[in-house]
Design a protein around this ligand. Structure first.
Ligand code: NAD
Ligand code: MG
Length: 392
């Protein structure tokens, strides 16, 4: 039995992870669960999975969880609070695998700690990798940690890569990566209508049910931009060899194009339990709970190139990865601030890329030669983005 720590267990990926873990009681023991502030859901998860530790960021909800667990007669779970506790539970000796499913830059410290400690890292938290890039990959190589992508596209690419592939190292027989994108809810919306779209329209994704931040990222296609950067890092590819392919049906989750002309694709229903189960069972396979793919129901697969005019965020992400250094961290932080402002009704949808472009222009990018340098760029970009939005 392997021990697992689920960072962000109350989110969309966290819940799907526990769904899969619950189907295989002999495979994983839940050592630790963590959440930001959803006491009710974390309580239910603690009662069902009886982890040794549960972590909440603030002490107030942690105290409430402690009290409610005691009332329910569940005293085998120790409830901790604070950001430092996230790192502590991620590196426990009884933890073999860490599901990194916190959203945004907040997930970097515990995910990096898990990689440094040589844990098997199941990486959903793409923002953590995007901002720290080569530094994160260097820690993975140094500790010998297994890094298994959970993002459906990168998990698909991982499954299509040659058997000798190592995280971060290019495979010379791979010519291109074909990264598929659904195009989100606004693929065909008249451009002049984008000014007035609401958060509710933006989070209504045609194919996937996800957290609110990644849903807005899908609507701007910044999600695909972050995924281009993620692919460059995970598979050691330059950005010009990562081609985004708009594929409306979300049945092919990405492809690898080999020098001999072979193109390998991974297919399946759009259900995150598939990549999660793949990573949990790797190098084996087990049931994910997902429905079998009905190809006769799908009938048709469509492909088209992305429209960089409609989706400036995608262009900005290519610029950031070409720029290198702290540029991806600036892009990511500005995006997090802009998306939060949009979700709170303080920013128009088209002003999301404007905010990011402003930050990338205004802040000189530096070398990303330490985590401190990355965190400093992250802080600066947040402050500049806040200022910009306040002045609009
Ligand atoms: P979500 O918003 O549903 O869940 C986020 C989780 O992180 C919650 O458990 C929340 O409590 C926790 N959290 C939020 N802010 C935190 C903070 N400041 N400190 C500590 N914990 C915090 O998000 P999600 O959709 O599950 O996405 C999680 C990550 O997985 C994101 O990086 C996203 O890009 C990636 N991802 C998600 C999907 C998907 O289908 N949902 C697919 C691919 C990749
Ligand atoms: Mg994805």
């Amino acid at each position: 039995m392997k021990g697992i720590c689920v960072l962000g267990s109350t989110g969309s990926i966290g819940v799907s992870t526990l769904d899969v873990v619950g189907r295989h009681p002999g495979s994983y023991r839940v050592v630790a669960l963590t959440a930001n502030h959803n006491v009710q859901r974390l309580l239910e998860q603690c009662l069902r999975f009886e982890p040794d530790y549960a972590v909440m960021i603030d002490e107030r909800p942690a105290a409430e969880l402690r009290e409610r667990l005691a009332r329910a007669g569940q005293n085998s779970t120790q409830v901790l609070s604070g950001k430092k506790a996230l790192e502590d539970v991620a590196v426990l000796p009884e933890v073999d695998s860490v599901m990194a499913a916190i959203v945004g830059a907040a997930g970097l410290p515990p995910t990096l700690a898990a990689a440094k400690a040589g844990k098997t890292v199941l990486l959903a938290n793409k923002e953590a990798l995007v901002m720290s890039g080569p530094l994160f990959m260097a820690e993975v190589v140094k500790s010998g940690a297994d890094l298994l992508p959970i993002d459906s596209e990168h998990n698909a690419i991982f499954q299509c890569m040659p058997a000798h592939y190592h995280a971060g190292r290019p495979a010379p027989e791979v010519r291109r990566i074909l990264l598929t994108a659904s195009g989100g809810p606004f693929l065909r919306k008249p451009l002049e209508e984008l000014y007035a779209v609401t958060p509710e329209q933006a989070v209504a994704h045609p194919n996937w049910v996800m957290g609110r931040k990644i849903s807005v990222d899908s609507a701007t296609m910044m999600n695909k931009g972050l995924e281009v950067i993620e692919a460059c890092l995970l598979f050691g590819m330059p950005p010009e060899k990562v081609q985004v392919v708009v594929h409306r049906q979300s049945v092919i989750h990405s492809m690898v194009d080999y020098v001999d002309g072979t193109v390998l694709a991974q297919m399946g229903n759009p259900d995150m339990r598939i990549p999660i189960a793949h990573a949990l069972a790797w190098p084996g396979r087990f049931d994910s709970g997902a429905e079998p793919l009905d190809l006769f129901g799908v009938r048709q697969l469509d492909f088209e190139p992305p429209d960089f005019e409609r989706f400036p965020c995608l262009r900005l992400a290519y610029e950031a990865v070409r720029g290198g250094g702290t540029e991806p961290a600036i892009l990511n932080a500005a995006n997090e601030i802009a998306v939060a402002a949009f979700l709170e009704g303080r920013l128009r949808f088209p002003a999301i890329p404007d905010t990011i472009a402003h930050c990338m222009d205004a802040i000189p990018a530096g070398a990303a030669d330490s985590i401190e340098a990355v965190l400093e760029a992250d802080r600066t970009a947040r402050a500049v983005a806040h200022d910009y939005i306040a002045r609009l």
